[in-house]
Design a binder for this molecule. Structure first.
Ligand code: 3NM
Ligand code: MG
Length: 529
């Protein structure tokens, strides 16, 4: 096989973006020293003579550091400088023509924006694919739709059985690269991920391209290494998971983590009180001016889209972005997502900017996100008997969204994309108070906040481990769910509770009274697979 190129950090040049006082050669050489593994010379505006000159100068630098050089678009320039490869867009020279002109050891990469283009490039015999644009970018005038990480992941899913290498491009930066690599993986059994990321402005526009590429390289390498090590998770028993969940619950009280909640106006007060009762510390804010600061505290972020106000969306987007950047779990509660097009579009937008750690919803909400109409939504409520095969719904959605999915109801169904578990706790009064689902979201966020804060405290921050979020997240989620559903059973069984009015304060009391022992005793948890 002639393909021996390390695609991890693929620099595409962009001379017009160089900062004042930085020469092209200086910038390129610093970037390579920082960790760039392959360079593509991309010149869109210059004449052939100038392109050839730039290509020759680039080749000399790359050769000095033993880094492969790829030429954008121009087969003649690639041949003239003895480049390692050519990169072709969809409107450039057709693959077959370029293949005929180039020696067999010169590789060809193809830009793709759709599944069809990707499959065609594979059939043609391309050596690698550049999938883009993932995010908005001002570096190139985009003529095709922005894919978002989930659109790019759909392309990888279609490539499940192919061995072709892939990179993504468009708006990838140090601030989003981990989230990008985490999200862009196949949903199929191979869980295939990317081979690297292609970057222009985050390196080229930097006054310190060495630092930029060093950080990008370290993040990318660590993430790709950790994915390949994680591809076959070890199954666990119900007993083992319950032990983990009980331990996670104890961590809520031990760390009292901050749980930043952007939630609806109906439930703010009771969600904050439930959070306090569990032993965590609530802060309710959707103000984009402060969400970055809030992301620096250990804990978790809850984004609940109920009573979705126009002015809250910017805070939701920014809060999740910064939470990802700081390794904080993000819990999405897509309240009423099946009810309106606006809520569906908002959830899409949120999930294309940030990676959720957990998505929690009722069957109507989970069905709407999944794209199933088996269970319909009426406003914020589910209608009908539920899914015939809830285990597959949560597992498939978890695989697609690269997070844990919780579908609540008389039985809660939970999956991380590998295992499926069910919880059968909960008092019948629980769904009869408003915002009980939102409080479940807060409880899950408390559990995630605790395991995350604990892991962050224990880890060596000088070692890049490639993780987007740390800690036993599944145990944190189960801990939160068990705590609130068991507290509801205790509260609902109290003699002084006469109905929903007295139930709500009793529930808050019992959340405060609950202990790891009570959880271990009363849990109706079952790991099914
Ligand atoms: N190709 P930055 S996006 C060169 O979608 C290029 O095919 C794209 O630049 C595609 O890293 C892009 O500065 C520009 O966002 C990427
Ligand atoms: Mg091109």
């Amino acid at each position: 096989m002639r393909f021996d190129i390390d695609l991890r950090l693929y620099l595409v040049t962009g001379r017009e973006l160089l900062p004042p006082g930085k020469s092209y050669e200086e910038s390129l050489e610093e970037a390579i020293k920082g960790g760039v593994t392959v360079v593509q010379v991309r010149e869109k505006k210059c004449d052939t003579g100038e392109f050839l000159d730039i290509a020759q100068r680039s080749k000399a630098i790359c050769d000095r550091h033993n880094i492969p050089l790829i030429i954008n678009d121009r087969v003649d320039v690639a041949l003239a400088v003895g480049a390692h490869g050519v990169h072709l867009g969809q409107t450039d020279m057709p693959f077959a023509v370029a293949r005929k002109l180039l020696p067999p050891n010169v590789i060809i990469g193809i830009s793709v924006n759709t599944v069809e283009e990707a499959l065609k490039a594979c059939e043609d015999g391309a050596d690698y694919l550049g999938i883009g644009a993932v995010y908005a970018t001002s570096t190139k005038d985009l003529t095709k739709p922005i894919l978002g990480p989930r659109g790019a992941a759909r392309i990888l899913t279609a490539l499940e059985s192919k061995s072709i290498k892939t990179v993504v491009i468009g708006g990838i930066k140090r601030t989003n690269v981990l989230r990008t690599l985490h999200g862009i993986r196949s949903s199929g059994p191979s869980l295939r991920g990317l081979d690297g990321v292609a970057v222009v402005s985050d390196i080229v526009a930097s006054t310190t391209p060495f630092d930029a590429s060093k950080q990008l390289y370290n993040l990318t390498s660590a993430a790709l290494t950790s994915f390949s090590a994680r591809s076959a998770p070890t199954p666990f028993s119900t007993e083992a998971l319950l032990q983990r969940a009980v331990a996670a619950f104890a961590l809520i009280r031990k760390h009292g983590p901050l749980v930043h909640q952007i939630t609806n106006t109906v439930v703010q007060n009771q969600s904050a009180n439930a959070t306090l009762a569990l032993g965590a510390s609530p802060i309710m804010s959707a103000n984009p001016r402060e969400v970055e600061d809030l992301s620096k505290f250990p804990g978790a972020l809850l984004v609940n889209i109920g009573t979705l106000a126009e002015e809250d969306t910017a805070g939701m987007i920014a809060a999740g972005f910064h939470a990802n950047q700081h390794g904080k779990p993000v819990i999405l509660d897509p309240v009423g997502v099946g009810a309106t097009a606006h809520r569906r579009q908002t959830c899409d937008k949120l999930l294309n900017v940030w990676q959720a750690t957990c998505i929690k919803g009722n069957p109507g909400e989970i069905g709407a996100l999944y794209g199933s109409d088996e269970v319909l939504a009426r406003g914020v409520d589910s209608v009908g008997a539920g899914f015939a095969d809830p285990a597959s719904i949560v597992k498939n959605l978890a695989r697609r969204e690269k997070c844990v999915v919780v579908m609540t109801g008389p039985t809660d169904w939970i999956s991380d994309g590998f295992s499926v578990l069910r919880i059968d706790n909960g008092h019948p009064l629980l769904p009869n108070i408003t915002g009980s689902g939102c409080m479940v979201g807060s409880a899950i966020a408390c559990g995630c906040a605790a395991v995350s804060a604990s892991a962050e405290q224990a880890r060596d921050k000088d070692v890049e481990d490639g993780q987007l979020v740390r800690g036993d997240i599944l145990a944190g989620i189960v801990a939160g769910l068990l705590a609130i559903t068991i507290a509801s059973e205790v509260a609902g069984g109290r003699a002084d509770v006469k109905g929903t009015g007295t139930f709500l304060p009793a529930l808050i009391d019992e959340l405060a009274n609950i202990t790891p022992e009570i959880i271990a005793q009363k849990a109706k948890l079952n790991v099914l697979s």
